[in-house]
Design a protein around this ligand. Structure first.
Ligand code: SF4
Ligand code: SF4
Length: 177
């Protein structure tokens, strides 16, 4: 057989072999989704369903997922650590010393560590359009009042509407963990 025919039929064979290899992956996935066995821990796709009717149906997010932030005002001691560590500087905090009639001996509630509330928090904004969800701010927060939530559906038409004022945000609590 001439070199030309060897190469010609060799190419055909290569095409058939690679398509068969690709289709075998598809076929195995098809078998997996039709009740032969479970795929991925925690998700039983044995019924044959591989997609969900989002947004009517939603997969639960793992509790450690990092989505929209939420700050519990009653736990914040205005220490500024979250703003300092934020790599994109999207947290803005303003506070002032308390007046004598503002209970200088107040403490955060027990579940926020009973920390002294010496300063009065005047502003606490996070620009979620800039946030990269690194989680550093929640890690350093000494009272754990700043948390990531599982809320991810908060897109806006206007970027400015992604600046959250957490002193006015109580009624829109985005499902804190
Ligand atoms: S998650 Fe990261 S980027 Fe977002 S506010 Fe916190 S420190 Fe900044
Ligand atoms: S680190 Fe926590 S306590 Fe300190 S300012 Fe930020 S949210 Fe408040």
């Amino acid at each position: 057989m001439s070199t030309f025919f060897k190469e010609y039929f060799g190419n055909i064979w290569t095409a058939i072999r690679t398509v068969a290899k690709g289709m075998s992956v598809t076929f195995l996935a098809f078998l997996k989704t039709n009740g032969l066995r479970k795929v991925r821990g925690g998700y039983n796709y044995g019924s044959g369903t591989v997609t969900i009717s989002y947004p009517e149906v939603k997969d639960p997010l793992p509790s450690i997922s990092r989505n929209r932030l939420f700050m519990h005002e009653e736990g914040c001691i205005s220490c500024n650590q979250c703003a300092v560590i934020c790599p994109v500087e999207c947290i803005t905090i303003e506070s002032r010393k308390k007046n004598s009639d503002e209970n200088p001996d107040a403490k955060t509630p027990a579940h926020f560590g009973n920390k002294p509330l010496k300063l009065k928090l005047m502003r606490f904004d996070i620009d979620e359009a800039l946030c990269c969800f690194c989680g550093l701010c929640t890690e350093v927060c000494p009272t754990e009042c700043l948390v990531h939530t599982t809320e991810f559906e908060y897109s806006k038409y206007d970027r400015d509407h992604l600046v959250y004022d957490y002193l006015k945000f109580k009624d829109e609590n985005p499902l804190p963990k």
